[in-house]
Design a protein around this ligand. Structure first.
Ligand SMILES: [Zn+2]
Ligand SMILES: [Zn+2]
Length: 614
């Protein structure tokens, strides 16, 4: 029996192979891009009305990715239409039309619009403040707009503009109103920027965790369960519990104590914490037994946060300074009432699990405990190979009333965070208005391979909740003192972390995280018993291994294993059985050839213990 060895497809571990990235300007930060995109969207609208005289224009703002414009048109635009529209746009650009502003009163603008016969513009006008500005493209076309724009269409580069897609949209985003056709486009300063943007978009589609999550069979969403509520398959659950176990192990070494708390509680608990007053719009509506209970606000709510529960456990006994710091930890699932329109994949969900912990410390212990927490977070990031992050000091906006607690307490907590960051010599920036309502935070903002930013771990200093819940401990001198709380979550949420990891690794999990670590492929079923025997030896080391029993030909077995992105696959034929060996290929390093079973076992053991490669 001959052993077929198809060559290993290029291993797409992504991280190391990603091409250097051209830094793209952000629309929100670049006046030039804003002008280009604004003007391009008008040029597009003008082109649409030239080609489709019945089309009515509505609104067309710039976005971080480009721009869009909504049209009321009798028929949906096709791919073909987009091409024609782009062609027409190029013609308009080449006319080098000056863009001029005309300022007028509401009455004059209304007259102008009525003469044009575009009812949407009248509705838009109603929402504008005087003076009204019209922008003209030459003397051929105008629109209501506040700018900014470039001076002439000659400043637009047709090679840096692309029309991307069409989608349905509703006027004012309201399903009961007219259905419109939205054209998405993008425009940049140079063709190079456009090319880089398109490359990045393609790459992000390839890495999209919603797509990969499905292909790898990690999680799913169903309509009948509801949006934003992921269901975790066995593979996804293995991934989750591997991450949980990893953090639990780190926490146990650092003196954390496990707790478990319920998913719902009386609304009173959240009145005392202040969540109900400051946060109720983001909570699921109260469950009440009857109308009277609902009116008295005495029902139950799903928990949006775990803190008040951990506080109850602390408060159950009079604590002594000898018990502090007390670090209570829970993988606590919380529920937040996100708008259904904002939900997508794992990065925004309605039910998610926070790797939550609350540390109750004496004021003297605060600085050291804060540093310990940061140390843990950095260790976690290191193990997950998340390297590209910066620290944000998320402080309150002193002009806003959404925070609880006095100025003095806020100063004190913000200073504690500043001290920690300075002591660590950590690169950081301040985010004013990014604090939690009860205290400032140190947030870790991760930049992925596509230069998108995600918030991961967080640490918060809190003097307010201990005050609101009247927490105490008995100090060394016998006096009653108030502890300080630290809220922290290195992952942030398991769901979001997994979404980010899938995209970061492009689905190629490091060995220790992979739901299936090793797959054994028998050249023929004669060798299945040998495979099972080896698999059992691996299992006794805690390796997640599968023997492919499908009976398919080797080529197909290998393709399936690659598609499932199994880190290590081992081919077994007559030669291997005779030599008590395995023919190994890995996603990371390709073909390793024949290795003794005992060698393979030893290498697996080491790799797993060190969370390293095979
Ligand atoms: Zn404009
Ligand atoms: Zn908390």
């Amino acid at each position: 029996m001959s052993q077929v060895k198809p060559s290993l497809a290029s291993n797409a571990t992504g991280l190391d192979t990603a091409a250097p990235i051209l830094r793209l300007p952000k629309t929100s930060e670049s006046e030039t891009l804003k002008k280009i995109r604004h003007t391009t969207s008008h040029v597009m609208a003008m082109a649409v009305q030239k080609l489709f005289p019945k089309a009515q224009v509505t609104i067309g703002p710039w976005t971080e990715q480009g721009f869009y414009y909504d049209f009321d048109t009798p028929e949906a635009f096709t791919e073909q239409d987009l091409k024609a529209i782009k062609k027409e746009m190029v013609k308009i650009i080449h006319k080098q039309l000056p863009i001029t502003c005309e300022v007028m009163s509401r009455a004059d603008a209304e007259q102008r619009i009525r003469a044009l016969g575009e009812p949407y513009k009248l509705e838009i006008l109603a929402g504008l403040k005087e003076p009204i500005t019209l922008y003209h493209l030459g003397d051929l076309w105008w629109d209501l707009c506040a700018g900014p724009h470039v001076e002439t269409t000659a400043q637009l580069n047709p090679k840096a503009i692309a029309l991307e897609s069409v989608a349905g949209a509703y006027w004012r985003g309201d399903e009961t109103k007219a259905q419109l056709q939205r054209i998405y486009g993008t425009a940049w300063e140079t063709p190079e920027q456009l090319a880089e943007y398109q490359r990045r978009k393609e790459e992000s589609l390839k890495r999209d965790h919603r797509k990969l999550g499905k292909e790898l069979g990690l999680f799913l969403f169903t309509d009948i369960v509801g949006p934003g509520l992921p269901l975790w398959t066995p593979k996804g659950t293995i991934l989750r519990s591997t991450l949980e176990d990893f953090l639990k192990q780190e926490q146990t070494q650092r003196g954390y104590l496990p707790v478990v708390t319920p998913h719902i509680a009386r609304v009173d608990l959240f009145k005392m914490s202040g969540h109900w007053q400051k946060y109720s719009e983001d909570m699921f509506p109260m469950m009440a037994e009857n109308e009277a209970e609902r009116l008295r606000e005495q029902g139950f709510v799903m928990k949006p946060m775990n803190c008040p529960f951990h506080i109850q456990i602390y408060k159950n006994e009079l604590r002594s300074y000898k018990e502090l710091p007390m670090r209570l930890a829970e993988f606590g699932t919380v529920y937040r009432y996100e708008q259904s329109g904002e939900l997508g994949g794992l990065t925004r969900v309605r039910g998610f699990t926070v790797d939550d912990s609350h540390l109750f410390v004496t004021p003297d212990q605060l600085d050291a405990e804060f540093l310990n927490v940061v140390d843990l977070i950095l260790e976690v990031f290191k193990c997950l190979q998340l390297k590209n992050f910066k620290a944000r000091l998320s402080f309150r906006d002193p002009t806003s009333d959404k925070y609880i607690g006095t100025d003095e307490v806020w100063e004190k907590s913000q200073n504690a965070i500043r001290r920690a960051v300075e002591k660590l010599g950590m690169e950081h920036f301040e985010g004013i208005g990014e604090a939690a309502f009860y205290g400032p935070k140190l947030d870790f903002i991760f930049t992925d391979v596509l230069e998108r930013e995600w918030q991961l771990g967080t640490v918060q200093v809190d003097y307010n909740l201990p005050e609101r819940f009247d927490l105490e401990y008995v100090a060394e001198d016998g006096s009653r003192q108030r502890p300080v709380m630290i809220h922290r979550a290195p992952f942030g949420s398991l769901e979001r972390l997994i979404g980010i990891l899938i995209e970061q690794y492009a689905g190629d999990f490091p060995l220790w995280l992979a739901p299936e670590q090793v797959r054994l492929l028998a050249v023929s079923e004669d060798f299945l018993p040998f495979c099972e025997d080896v698999a059992n030896q691996m299992r006794s080391l805690g390796v997640r291994v599968l023997v492919d029993q499908s009976g398919d030909r080797l080529g197909k077995l290998i393709r399936n294993s690659e598609k499932a992105k199994i880190p290590v696959m081992a081919v077994v034929g007559a030669k291997e059985v005779e030599a008590n060996a395995l023919n190994i290929r890995t996603r990371k390093s390709g073909e390793l050839g024949e290795l003794q079973v005992t060698d393979v076992l030893a290498r697996l053991k080491t790799a797993l213990a060190e969370r390293g490669d095979f």
